[in-house]
Design a protein around this ligand. Structure first.
Ligand code: GTP
Ligand code: MG
Length: 285
């Protein structure tokens, strides 16, 4: 008579279940991508083009517009905060000026986040691409911005910080732009990828120079000094060191949203976050 080792059987069954559970968890996981950046840096264009890029590979995605002040979008949002609140209606109703209306609309957005989130999840997405308001400082530094990110974010979330190539023409503008992205990191504490957008408007030498600043902090320091940016020598050195530390943790990818250049690199990095989650920050770039 065959002897059955019930302990072994139990162990194998439990192992199979745990493998199955982890596969199901991965299949059902969502990656929430917040697209943030200064006004006109190409956030909405990126959402449109990257969504179509994902569509081409049959990767399910949902486009979410969280800008209550935008008039026209280059894409048709699947979920739109303007269905609940718009800056223009508040301007009219409450007699607010344009900036006051944008602040009020962004703050009021918080009341509809549960609906927004339910709508997103009802579409069973793989990727959620969230377009954020042009007035980045209002979104980033007011408490409503943090509330929006916290309530929409999933277990796997990250920020794509878009920079316009025009903002990195000099060592000093490059430095202040990266400091802005560092402040976004401190605000939301999510993995971040810096997308240097509109490289179709830069020549090879200009792209090379930016890559050199990223790879060799000493070169950035030298160029900052030659621009006479700050007379406080120690401050220059400390800031360049902080930028170097930040950029070795998070990647910078030169792209063109309009012409879908280097989207495969963006996708590869997003997949790394999707699989690695918070551990991404400790993975080698
Ligand atoms: N040449 C070039 N133009 C681009 C690129 N990406 C965006 N643009 C243009 O930049 C302008 C602003 O793009 P948007 O996508 O509206 O930028 P945004 O960040 O959403 O703007 P706000 O929401 O108003 O802050 C538009 O004219 C785009 O066509 C790019 O990669 N190359
Ligand atoms: Mg926009």
């Amino acid at each position: 008579m065959i002897q059955i080792d019930w302990e072994k059987v139990k162990f194998i069954v439990e192992l199979c279940f745990s493998l199955l559970r982890s596969r199901i968890r991965l299949w059902s996981m969502v990656l929430c991508v917040f697209v943030i950046g200064p006004a006109g840096s190409g956030k909405s264009t990126f959402v449109k083009e990257f969504s179509e890029y994902l569509d081409d590979f049959e990767i399910s995605n949902v486009k979410v517009n969280m800008d209550p002040a935008v008039d026209k979008l280059p894409y048709d949002p699947d979920v739109d905060i303007r269905d609940y609140v718009t800056a223009s209606e508040l301007e009219e109703k409450l007699g607010l000026g344009p900036n006051g209306a944008i602040i009020a609309a962004t703050d009021l957005s918080v009341n509809y986040l549960r609906d927004v989130k339910n709508n997103i999840m009802s579409m069973n997405p793989g990727y959620v691409l969230v377009d954020t308001p042009g007035q980045m400082e209002l979104f980033t530094f007011r408490s409503s911005g943090a509330e929006i990110i916290t309530q929409i974010a999933e277990e796997r979330s990250c920020i794509l910080f878009l920079l316009d190539s025009a903002l990195v023409a000099m060592a000093s503008t490059f430095t202040s732009s990266i400091l802005l992205s560092i402040s976004v990191y401190y605000r939301f504490n999510l993995p971040q990828i810096i997308l240097l957008n509109k490289i179709d408007l830069m020549n090879e030498n200009e792209i090379e120079r930016v890559i050199e600043w990223i790879s060799y902090p000493d070169k950035l320091l030298t160029d900052l000094r030659s621009e006479g940016t700050s007379t406080i020598v120690q401050l220059n050195e400390t800031i360049v060191q902080a930028i170097a530390d930040f950029m070795t943790t998070f990647n910078t990818i030169p792209i063109s949203a309009k012409y879908r250049r280097a989207f495969e690199n963006v996708y590869a990095k997003l997949q790394q976050i999707y699989v690695g989650g918070e551990d991404y920050v400790t993975l080698p770039p």
